[in-house]
Design a binder for this molecule. Structure first.
Ligand code: ATP
Ligand code: MG
Length: 462
């Protein structure tokens, strides 16, 4: 398609000709026609940024031309030329989305200015539209923050997967955002109008889990006083998200396999086959191949649920996400707790980069909430961050002004912490490396209140 600046439409030969000449001299690429219908013809093979048109014309008047242009979804701007007695038509044109109008006799300077302004605005609008096309849909979703290239690539893949109805397995450490991603997939699928039902297989006993998933009939087990529908029935036409799928019992796994193969199941204790139309998304933070090897997870089910596998990397391996997530959490918790924290200091941010985040995004979220609540000033400072984050850093110069005994204790504390971390919190190895007995190490850990962060992260998680 050709691209030009201006199309002039006026049945008055003189106006048409003189405008074309004047605007051509201004450097614009201009076409002109005496007839509205011919104008439509021209619009078929040329893209004009601006149309300057008379309102009253014999075959197709200006307003009809405007309606045709909008109806065809063309984004050209329109400026109308109208006689003094016909302002009403011009006002109507503006209401219908014309850019502006000029009255006859035409004031050249005013016309040139209006055109210049219109073309500038059109250019701005075009670059905004281009930008919008380049922005990925998940960037417009304010609940999911993604900047690191690893996550950007993952989300691009998620976009394609969402549109299909493929069964998806999401893997990743605890707190990396698996549940969030499952919801996102649902929201961006053709099933978004249907229900999204989430169930963790790790929190219920075998019987209860089966009854939750498939429902039960009256008397199926002690306490089953009424027939009850399960989540697979509730989720009809939507998505079911089974978290911690590795925890499903072998018995339950057989039933899930049947659903995936035949799309049917029976309620616990019942014999009526129920058809289900549900997309299944599962998640695990334990590698399933290992569970398969240990015969705790059925290999055939593993292959069925693993049609598309999405791995969310741990936070420590996607450092590009740290700062945007911090900004996002500060903003969110400012609103929740009515605070006005402006950000995080450079040093505190550095600690966030250095830290290994065993509880991933959920832990960062908790640390930021605590930071927003506890910060006395405008910024989150290192002192506000939990001990385990500060102690992981090398002995810093900030001990230089302290009395020697305290500085030494601080150094000892940090060295012990670092060594423990390096050796995966194995106290025997740490004691050997540091050349102290296990009892001494234990006492020093107590003295300096050094705790295994894996325990800390567990307590943060619940
Ligand atoms: N990219 C992100 N942007 C914004 N918030 C996030 C992001 N990733 C995770 N979160 C937030 O972090 C928290 C943990 O995420 P989520 O519950 O999805 O993790 P999970 O992997 O399912 O954890 P678990 O293994 O414990 O079930 C949630 O509050 C979630 O909103
Ligand atoms: Mg989860």
């Amino acid at each position: 398609m050709k691209q030009k600046d201006i199309l002039i439409v006026d049945d008055d030969d003189l106006v048409c000709h003189s405008l074309k000449e004047m605007l051509g001299m201004e450097g614009y690429k201009v076409d002109s026609t005496l007839d509205g219908l011919e104008a439509l013809q021209k619009l078929r093979d040329t893209k004009y940024s601006l149309i300057i048109s008379d309102i009253r014309m014999p075959t197709l008047d200006g307003i009809e031309l405007l309606k045709e242009v909008r109806g065809k979804n063309l984004d050209s701007f329109l400026i109308f030329i109208t006689g003094h007695g016909h302002i009403d038509g011009a006002v109507e044109a503006i209401k219908l989305g014309a850019y502006d109008y000029i009255t006859k006799p035409i004031d050249d300077i005013r016309l040139k200015l209006t055109i210049k302004r219109a073309l500038e605005q059109k250019q701005l609008l075009d670059s905004y539209q281009d930008l919008k096309k380049k922005i990925r849909p998940w960037e417009l979703d304010d609940r999911i923050i993604v900047k690191d290239h690893k996550m950007v690539e993952l989300l691009d893949l998620v976009q394609t997967v969402s549109e299909t109805l493929a069964t998806v397995l999401i893997t990743g450490e605890s707190g990396t955002g698996k549940s969030m991603l499952a919801k996102y997939i649902h929201r961006h699928s053709s099933r978004k109008g249907g229900p999204f039902i989430e169930l963790s297989c790790g929190t219920l006993t075998e019987t209860l889990l089966e009854s939750e998933l498939f429902g039960h009939v009256k008397g199926a087990f002690t306490g089953a006083e009424r027939t009850k529908k399960g989540k697979f029935e509730d989720a009809q036409g939507g998505t079911i998200f089974l978290d911690d799928i590795n925890c499903a019992s072998l018995n339950c796994q057989i039933k899930l396999l049947r659903i995936l193969q035949e799309r049917t199941f029976e309620r616990v204790g019942g014999n009526e086959s129920i058809h289900t139309d549900v997309r299944i998304i599962t998640a695990t933070n334990t590698p399933l191949p290992l569970e398969v090897e240990k015969k705790r997870f059925r290999e055939d089910l593993y292959h069925r649920i693993n049609v598309v596998s999405l791995f969310i990397p741990p936070l420590r391996e996607r450092l590009g996400d740290i700062e945007p997530l911090i900004e996002y959490f500060i903003k969110r918790f400012n609103e929740t707790h009515q605070k006005k924290i402006k950000g995080i200091t450079k040093n505190a941010l550095q600690l966030c980069y250095n830290y290994h985040w065993p509880g991933n995004v959920r832990q960062l979220e908790n640390v930021m909430e605590r930071g927003v609540i506890l910060s006395p000033g405008d910024f989150i400072i290192p002192e506000i961050l939990p001990d385990e984050m500060r102690l992981g850093t090398p002995v810093a110069e900030d001990t230089a002004d302290l009395p020697l005994a305290i500085a030494l204790a601080e150094a000892e504390k940090r060295i012990i912490f670092r060594c423990l971390k390096q050796h995966n919190w194995n106290r025997q190895t740490t004691a050997q490396v540091l050349g102290i007995s296990r009892t001494t190490l234990f006492n020093k850990m107590r003295q300096y209140q050094i705790d295994d962060p894996r325990k800390i992260s567990e307590s943060l998680l619940h």
